[in-house]
Structures are given as structure tokens and as C-alpha cells.
Design a binder for this molecule. Structure first.
Ligand SMILES: *Cc1c(COP(=O)(O)O)cnc(C)c1O
Length: 362
């Protein structure tokens, strides 16, 4: 489509064109009811079907074993930073965090509001941005859980294997890489993700929780901040973000129709290889910011040799239809987010642009 931008935004981010077109069609008349899904009760059979089907799609695409519930919440991943310790950090226990960057730090800081915390491992302070080796992770006595951030959206680093925590619940913030690759969910007791990177528009937060994790939630937690409110009411205790869930439903079907998780992962790897190759073959003109072994297949962070050149790069990129390449304000430099819905063609165009920019400015 001629007027679609090469969209590398970090979040909210690109949505599949097919999904946008279907949503456009259905916004006037959903399934012949003469209204959109936004305009009817969340207790209607139409919405209930969207709600149930979207849960099933998550179960199916992630191949979740029995015993997990799929929940739809609000407040973004940032609210989960608080809900996790509120519900799970009980007196006498310690919450452990692996600190890998801005998002893990925020989750850790929030837990400090609720009880004892412990830094199980942390990324190196100098050199390339990294994920600590799994054998560096240490659990405290009486650990309530271990929290990891599977993909650090700002740093551009990602876990490619997860720690074995035995009986200690493992919790993952997967906001920026959920459903981008195959992984075994069974070691995790709780996974959460704001939708606006890989799953749909903002407004809904996906939570996947093992039912046996809920037993000890303190009775004083407000109703809307308790996981059991959502598990026992099929995520329909109050009015859910109906349109965001509907959009997630369309995105999940798009993943299924694209060949499922393995096909999506293969394409994501091909997409990022194009851009990482442009960096690695540049003879130092571009420099990747993440340690090679920890390079994210969702967020590619890189530098050029001067502020001036970076400014020129962004201006030139913008003039050529590329959007969202400026790094997060906390780290600066460049970042290309290549979530599931970012087409291969956009990544190819960016890689070619990078080579061409180097030729003109190197
Ligand atoms: C974007 C992001 C968040 C914050 O999500 P909100 O929905 O804006 O609260 C948290 N963690 C990670 C890894 C993210 O990428």
C-alpha cells in the first residue's frame, strides 16, 4: 500500500494491514448486527464470543499446558508491576528481580513499595547492553517469586533461555516479545504483556496465570487489583476494554493465518538479520548497542559515530518514509522495533537505506 509508512515505532506500534482493513469494515456493522462491537453490552453473546475465542487463541498459539488461565486486564504492564507484588509478595517472603534495563528496574521499584526485595542478578554496567548469564542468578531464602523481563524494549536485549527456578514461581514481563517466537511457557507461573507492541492496540493487558498461584492473595487487596476477580469472572467482572480485546482477537487470527508461531518467528529472524547485517557489515559505521548473544529480535538498538551523523540519519530516514527510529529518550541513539506486524519489506527497505546512507556519508 503506497501510503503506509515504514513503521518502526516501539509502542504503540504497527498493526497488520489486513487486521486494520477488517476492523475498518466491521466498525459500522459487526457480523450483521448493525452496530460495532464497541456499541453493545459486554454481556452480549457477541462480545462473550470475542472474549472466549480470544482466550482460546492465546491458549492455542502459545500451546499453554492445562492449569493456566488467560485474563484481560487494564492499566498496562505498568499496573502489573504493582499487582504482582500486591498479590504474591506475602509477609515473610522476598521478591527477586533480574535487573536488565529500564523495564525490569521499574518492576523492581514497584515491588519495593510492598515488601522485601532482592536483586537476583543484573546486567553489566559497562560495555554492550547484556542479559546476565542464567548461572549468575541467585534466589534468596523464602523467595516469593523471580521476575524477569523477557525482552528489554529500550535496551534491545532479550533472553533466549529462561532460568529454572524449581518451586519458586517464575514471572515474566513479555510485553514486547509475546508471541514473537516459540518458547516453553510451562516454567512460568505468570506472564503479562501490554498489548500495544505485539498483540493489538493499547488498552488491554494480557495476563496468563497458573491457577494454583492465587491461593495466598491477601484479603485486603482491592477487587480490581486481585487476579482472582478476573479468574472467577472470566475477565468480565466490570466493563472490559472491548475494542482492544476485539483487535487482539483479529491480530491473533492473523498470526494463526500467517502459519502460527513458528512461521512468525522465522520471519522475525529473517527481518532482524537484514538490519543486524547492515550494522555488522558496516565496518563500524553503525554500532549495535546490545551484546551479540543477547540481541533482541524485536528491538534493534544501534549508534552512529557522532550526534551530527545520527541527526542526519534520522532526517534522511524520515524524508524516505521511515518512522520511529529515534531511540528511547533514556538511552538515545537509534532503535528499530520490528514487531510481528512490521512487514519484511519495511525491514528490507531499512537495511537498504542504511547501506545507502553509509555510502553517502561514510
Ligand atoms: C512497554 C513496556 C512496558 C510498559 O507497558 P504499559 O502498557 O505502557 O504500562 C512494560 N514492560 C515492557 C517490557 C515494555 O516493553
Amino acid at each position: 500500500m503506497a501510503n503506509r509508512a515504514y513503521n518502526f515505532n516501539a509502542g504503540p506500534a504497527a498493526l497488520p494491514l489486513e487486521v486494520l482493513k477488517q476492523a475498518q469494515e466491521e466498525i459500522i456493522d459487526y457480523g450483521g448486527i448493525g452496530m460495532s462491537i464497541m456499541e453493545i453490552s459486554h454481556r452480549s453473546k457477541q462480545y462473550e464470543q470475542v472474549n472466549d475465542e480470544t482466550q482460546q487463541l492465546v491458549q492455542e498459539l502459545m500451546e499453554l499446558p492445562a492449569g493456566y488461565k488467560v485474563l484481560f486486564m487494564q492499566g498496562g504492564a505498568s499496573t502489573q508491576f504493582a499487582m504482582v507484588p500486591m498479590n504474591l509478595l506475602t509477609p515473610g517472603k522476598t521478591a527477586a528481580y533480574v535487573l536488565t534495563g529500564s523495564w525490569a528496574d521499574k518492576a523492581y521499584k514497584e515491588a519495593q513499595l510492598f515488601g522485601e526485595t532482592y536483586i537476583a542478578a543484573a546486567s553489566k554496567e559497562d560495555g554492550p547492553l547484556n542479559i546476565p548469564a542464567l548461572d549468575e542468578i541467585q534466589l534468596p531464602e523464602q523467595a516469593a517469586y523471580l521476575h524477569v523481563t523477557s525482552n528489554e524494549t529500550i535496551a534491545g536485549t532479550q533472553y533466549f533461555a529462561f532460568p529454572d527456578t524449581g518451586d519458586v514461581p517464575l514471572i515474566g514481563d513479555m510485553s514486547s516479545d509475546i508471541l514473537s517466537r516459540r518458547f516453553d511457557a510451562s516454567p512460568f507461573s505468570l506472564i503479562y504483556a501490554g498489548a500495544q507492541k505485539n498483540l493489538g492496540p493499547s488498552g488491554v493487558t494480557l495476563v496468563i496465570i497458573r491457577e494454583d498461584l492465587l491461593r495466598e492473595s491477601p484479603a485486603t487487596i482491592p477487587t480490581m487489583l486481585r487476579y482472582d476477580t478476573y479468574t472467577s469472572n472470566n475477565s468480565l467482572y466490570n466493563t472490559p476494554p472491548v475494542y482492544s480485546v476485539y483487535m487482539m482477537n483479529l491480530v491473533l487470527k492473523w498470526i494463526r493465518n500467517s502459519g502460527g508461531i513458528d512461521a512468525v518467528e522465522r520471519l522475525n529472524r529473517e527481518k532482524t538479520a537484514l538490519i543486524y547485517n547492515a550494522i555488522d557489515n558496516s565496518g563500524g559505521f553503525y554500532e549495535g548497542m546490545a551484546a551479540k548473544k543477547d540481541r533482541s529480535i524485536m528491538n534493534i538498538t544501534f549508534k552512529l559515530q557522532s550526534d551530527e551523523l545520527e541527526k542526519k540519519f534520522l532526517e534522511d530516514a524520515s524524508a524516505n518514509g521511515f518512522v520511529g527510529l529515534k531511540g528511547h529518550r533514556s538511552v538515545g541513539h537509534m532503535r528499530a522495533s520490528t514487531y510481528n506486524a512490521v512487514p519484511y519489506e519495511s525491514c528490507k527497505a531499512l537495511a537498504e537505506f542504511m547501506v545507502d546512507f553509509q555510502r553517502r556519508n561514510g
